[in-house]
Design a protein around this ligand. Structure first.
Ligand code: NAD
Length: 429
């Protein structure tokens, strides 16, 4: 596999996740030779909704928040995508994340299109009651776009099963009866799926293990570095630990901890449950404290960015010392950084393949919610592994066939499937 030589457009300067998503799309679209009508259709989001809504704070004041819901594409089915609560959310970020969802669902061959939502808020600054009121009002504001048949939200950065429960309850109150299939990633006792919480992190490691098998590389005692210790990062670290890897560093937004002999991840997760921090853990266990930028440059076998976009850029890609970069986060590597990593023979397993486990089990959850028939966790995990392995193999064989890198190959595969669905459905009216 090599980087596609020609015809590839010049890289736009790295500005935002949306610039990254569009640059990636343009590269793949050129390889696919899309007609200009198809190229434009798939490049633009289908629908975008911006909402500004008031929320009563605990002190009696009213604050106005801004939120978004974007449907990128619905050719292959209802749109699917998470909801992000973060102060950095903006419309372009949501557009990028929605576009990536379209390709991700197509690569995993799920009957979904792509969507994303977000609210500009730091959820850590809100009380639980404020967060609930914000979630219920945001849900009401985006109700014209969401439905179990049309667009199904899920968790992302800053949201969790509790937030999904409030969304499900709010939507159900409007309808007058319970509608569990309106969201995925909800708690199991109201119709969530066994294994959904773990799905993204486990899926990342299923793909990494399959990549090692495919290349005939030894999978014993590998050193793993994980950036971000939330929904995705903590489960990636736990799964890597269970698979016999040495997790030598992890981090959150405040910084990281490092122990070249490996961190006891189950102990760390228990410790963090008691409102402690990574820095507290460093103090009691004697591991080193490092910054997030130092963490990205540690020598290791596998680097797993599982936090935010734009972490590996032209500025630090030449100092990444991992053999494999497995993208747990969406958009952690810019196109410029991709080129540097390819040049340096670092294997990048792209987000739209690597972190698809979340949406795969979201699909399973949606199916279970619609049928009111629930599966065992072992069943969910076996099915998840099958889909992740199949997706990796499909992307890898496309990469070999076209002599392109895994990201371009994943994009080509995903976009081609959306193009085929668009063509066979025809153009309305
Ligand atoms: P989360 O909010 O549960 O965790 C995010 C983690 O990253 C936290 O530990 C946070 O402290 C840390 N973090 C935030 N900003 C950071 C920064 N600038 N530098 C370093 N660390 C930072 O979020 P999550 O659900 O785990 O999502 C993480 C990434 O994975 C996002 O890119 C998200 O879009 C992607 N993703 C999530 C899912 C899912 O199922 N939750 C599925 C697919 C992809």
């Amino acid at each position: 596999m090599v980087a596609p030589s020609s015809p590839v457009p010049n890289l736009a300067p790295q500005e935002s996740a949306y610039t990254t998503a569009l640059t990636q799309y343009d590269r793949a679209a050129q390889i696919l030779g899309l007609s200009s009508g198809m190229y434009e259709t798939l490049r633009k989001p289908r629908r975008e909704l911006t909402v500004n809504f008031p929320v009563k704070m605990d002190n009696g004041e009213v604050r106005v928040f801004t939120g978004y819901r974007v449907h990128h594409n619905t050719a292959r089915g209802p749109s699917k995508g998470g909801i992000r609560y973060a102060p950095t959310v903006d419309l372009d970020e949501v557009r990028a994340l929605a576009m990536w969802m379209t390709w991700k669902c197509a690569i995993a061959d799920l009957p979904f299109g792509g969507a994303k939502g977000g609210v500009v808020v730091d959820p850590k600054q809100l009380s639980l009651a404020e967060l609930e009121r914000l979630t219920r009002r945001y849900t009401t504001e985006i109700t014209p776009l969401i439905s179990p048949e049309g667009d199904i939200p899920a968790p992302d950065v800053g949201t969790n099963p509790q937030v999904m429960a409030w969304i499900m309850d709010t939507y159900s109150m409007h309808r007058g009866y319970s509608v569990p299939a309106i969201v995925t990633g909800k708690p199991i006792n109201i119709g969530g799926s066994a294994g959904r919480f773990e799905a993204t992190g486990r899926g990342v490691m299923f793909v990494v293990r399959e990549a090692y098998r495919t290349f005939g590389w030894n999978f014993d005692n590998l050193s793993v570095v994980v950036q971000g210790f939330g929904n995705v990062g903590s489960i990636v670290a736990q799964t890597a630990y269970e698979m016999g890897c040495r997790v030598i560093a992890v981090s959150d937004i405040k910084g990281g901890i490092y122990n070249p002999n490996g961190i006891d991840i189950p102990r760390l997760r228990l410790f963090l449950r008691e409102e402690h921090t990574l820095a507290d853990f460093a103090r009691i266990s004697g591991v080193d404290v490092i910054t997030n930028s130092e963490l990205l440059e540690l020598p290791c076998d596998i680097l797993i960015p599982a936090a935010m976009e734009n972490q590996i850029t032209a500025a630090n890609a030449s100092r990444v010392r991992a053999r494999v970069v497995a993208e747990g986060a969406n958009g952690p590597t810019t196109p410029e950084a991709d080129d540097i990593l390819i040049e340096r023979n670092v294997l990048v397993i792209p987000d739209i393949l690597c972190n698809a486990g979340g949406v795969v089990v979201s699909y399973f959850e949606w199916v279970q919610s619609l049928q009111q028939l629930f599966w065992e966790e072992s069943d969910v995990m076996q099915r998840l592994e099958r889909v992740m392995v199949r997706s990796f193999r499909n992307v890898y064989s496309e990469a070999l066939r076209m002599d392109i890198d895994l990201r371009t190959s994943a994009l080509v595969l995903g976009i081609r499937r959306v193009v085929e669905a668009t063509r066979v459905r025809g153009l309305y009216p």
